[in-house]
Structure formats: C-alpha cells, structure tokens
Design a protein around this ligand. Sequence first.
Ligand code: SF4
Length: 256
Amino acid sequence: MTRATRMCPIYKFTRQEAAAPKAKANILRALINGALDDAALYAQTFQTVIDQCVGCGSCRLECPSNVDIPKLALEARARYVRRFGPSRHSRIVTAVEPLGRYGGRFSAMLAPLMKPGLVRQAGEVFTGISRRRPLVTMARQSLFRTVAPVAGTGRKRVLYFSGCYAGYVRPAIGRALVKMLTQRGYTVHTPAQHCCGLPLLTKGMVAAAREKVRRNLGQWRRLLEQVDHIVVTCSSCGLASWRIGPVCWTRPPCGR
Ligand code: SF4
C-alpha cells in the first residue's frame, strides 16, 4: 500500500480498491482520453470512482510522481458536464445563491414540513441528497438587506466578499465582521455579489463558475481599484474566486 493510498480519507473509510488514489488516477485518465463514450457508463464510473474523491489534495502532497488527482477529477467532471449536461443533483446543490436570494422568507416556514421521514426519503430520491443530512435553512433576511452597502467612515477601505454562507445562511457572521471593522476605523464596502463559483466548479460546471467570478469582478471593477484590502469570512469562497477568476484580484496583484 502506498503512502498516498494511506492518506486518502475516502479509501481509509471505505477500504475499497476503487477508492484508492491510484485506481482513481487510472480511471480518470481513461475518461479524459475519451475511452468511455456512453452516458450510462460515464455516470456509473462517476458514482464508483470520481464521487469518491472529495478533492482534499492529500494524495497530491504525497504522490512521488506529482499526479494531481483532484485536478484530473475536476477535468473529468467538466467533460461529463460538457457532453451530457449537469445532473439534477448537481443543479440542486449548486443553487445556494438563488435559494438564498429568493427563498429565504419561505425556508424557515418549509423546514418543519421537510422533517417527516417519508418526505426526507422522497427528497433523497428526487435530489440525491441523503435523508440523514441535517437540513440547511436560509436566513429570513440576507446579509445584504441588513448591512449598508458602505459602512463606516474610516480612511482605510475594504471590500467585503461574504460568500453565500454569511450572505444567506448565517448573516450574523457578516454583520459581526462589518461591526468589528468599522469600530476599528475601516470603511467597509459590501457590494452586490454573486456566488464564488466553487459549488459549480466541484460539480464540473466550469463555464458557469467562471461566469459567476466574471460578473463579480465586472461589477466591482472600480471599487477594486479603490480599496486597500479584500476581506472574506469564508476562505474557500475567497480562494475559489482567486483561482477561477480570469484576472488576479488580490492586493498586491499576483501578476496573473
Ligand atoms: S484528492 Fe481525492 S483521491 Fe486524493 S486523497 Fe483526497 S479524496 Fe483521496
């Protein structure tokens, strides 16, 4: 057993050969090279191999040949989506932004109706989301309705990119950040914003992910030139935007 195999959390849990990084690498190469041409076979392979990669990157750190399995898995997912379109499950789990934007008011009301076992069971069949998974409810009011687009009067200016979690699920996190920064003398800009694109990226919906980042950068263009820092409360959202984006948005610029 290689060290990389020992490091894979999915392999450690399932102990199935198909979940080992080496097996994933071989199958992913076959998928990317076009060896599988049929949607059903593709879907089956995804279920048994690619969906058993959570993209943690442990194997990449350990691999002596530097094989980047998370990247191969992403490429295979992207190919699948380009050829066959996203699955219903992928469409549902990547819809946090519209759900938060338009469904916040109804989310808490609907939550009790979603609890009975039969409803959860039907939901699992329809959405592919496990009935055992705790329900996530959206906040009644999003962060963007409860903080001013510009708060504070300090000389130092920051752009706050909240991401969907602080934006729609736990806006108290964003409010606390704005309060803390304004009390420390910053002017905090919380502009209109879209999802960082990471949920879309993890489901292989690369073009849609890029579009989210492009729209964010497009609407912040002037602001980005004026602020001293960009602040995030979700490190994944910040990192995703930086990595997916067509241009570098960090200060100082990374030269991309
Ligand atoms: S990136 Fe995927 S294959 Fe590699 S260790 Fe993590 S889960 Fe396993």
